[in-house]
Design a protein around this ligand. Structure first.
Ligand code: AMP
Ligand code: MG
Length: 286
């Protein structure tokens, strides 16, 4: 799959709407897609073994999207075959009082993946330029000194996020970011299902319905944030998400192509290490 068409080039304001949310790149067959996803997951498993053995690189995957955009399901499916030892998922909710007592990147920094592992952020520090931008009262609750919440705050946060990500990349963390692009109609359909299907009632939240009223403000906040923070070193991908099976395929493909580019190899021993290894083997056999 050509994933490049979903990647946002820095400054490209039209990227979010380049493809419709229901885009499937000509694929129509759900079963074929499921098979392809399965192959993708198997490949991913192998690459992650190498990532882990080499223990130099970390992989950070950021998932953002409106409620019911399907990011949780995608995380579950794409990671289904992966050894849990290699991965850690963090879901970022409204910050606790302890978290609010620190800068907004603090809790993200504490959750970053170690070398040899993959970290999944289900929402992230991007909420601090999205939901917080849509709702100024949340910003007011962040205990910032007056001088730190002037009119340039969003531009400064984009800058700092870029700097934070560049720092991580320079230290061996590869970053890929996904925006699950769901249409307003499809989101409505999924939310209605949460009311009507007893199996899904638990997911229902009055808040999600309220947030729909701010749809355009959210889309603007997403556009601004994505355009300002998509870079060569930490690109955003716009994932058409009205068809869950297609969104999952795109995510699996981006992760796999990213890992393939990382030149992962099983670590080889130096001659000295090899001699030591053989000495221990002889000991074991004696
Ligand atoms: P969910 O992902 O559906 O469990 O919802 C988590 C909620 O926490 C979402 O409504 C987010 O917008 C909200 N949230 C996440 N991070 C922040 C933040 N930094 N400030 C305020 N709300 C946040
Ligand atoms: Mg939700």
């Amino acid at each position: 799959m050509n994933i490049d068409r979903f990647r946002v080039r820095s400054g490209d304001r039209s990227a979010i709407t380049r493809h419709s949310a229901s885009y499937t790149s000509g694929l129509r067959d759900k079963e074929a897609a499921a098979r392809q996803l399965q192959e993708g997951v198997a490949h991913l498993e192998q690459r992650l073994e190498l990532l882990h053995a080499q223990a130099e690189h970390a992989l950070l995957l950021v998932f953002q999207g409106m409620d019911a955009s399907g990011k949780d399901g995608a995380i579950k499916h794409v990671m289904s075959g992966v050894n849990p030892i290699f991965t850690e998922v963090h879901a970022f909710k409204a910050p606790s009082s302890d978290e609010l007592a620190h800068d907004y990147l603090w809790r993200a920094a504490r959750a970053l993946p170690a070398r040899g592992t993959i970290g999944i952020f289900d929402r992230s520090y991007y909420e601090d330029v999205i939901v917080v931008r849509v709702h100024p009262e949340i910003l007011a609750s962040q205990h910032l000194p007056r001088a730190c919440r002037g009119p340039k705050i969003w531009k400064e946060r984009y800058e700092d996020i870029r700097g934070f990500e560049r720092h991580l990349v320079r230290n061996g963390t590869t970053i890929r970011k996904f925006f699950f692009h769901v249409s307003r109609q499809e989101q409505q359909r999924r939310l209605v299902e949460r009311f009507d299907d007893p199996e899904k009632n638990w997911k229902f939240s009055a808040r999600d319905v309220r947030e729909r009223q701010h749809w355009n403000a959210y889309m603007n906040a997403y556009r601004e944030a994505i355009v300002a923070t998509s870079s060569e070193f930490a690109p955003w991908y716009i994932v058409p998400a009205d068809h869950k099976w297609f969104a999952r395929l795109v995510v699996a493909e981006v992760i796999n192509q990213t890992l393939d580019k990382m030149a992962l190899k099983t670590p080889r021993l130096t001659p000295t290490e090899k001699r030591n290894l053989m000495a221990v083997r002889r000991q074991l056999m004696a």
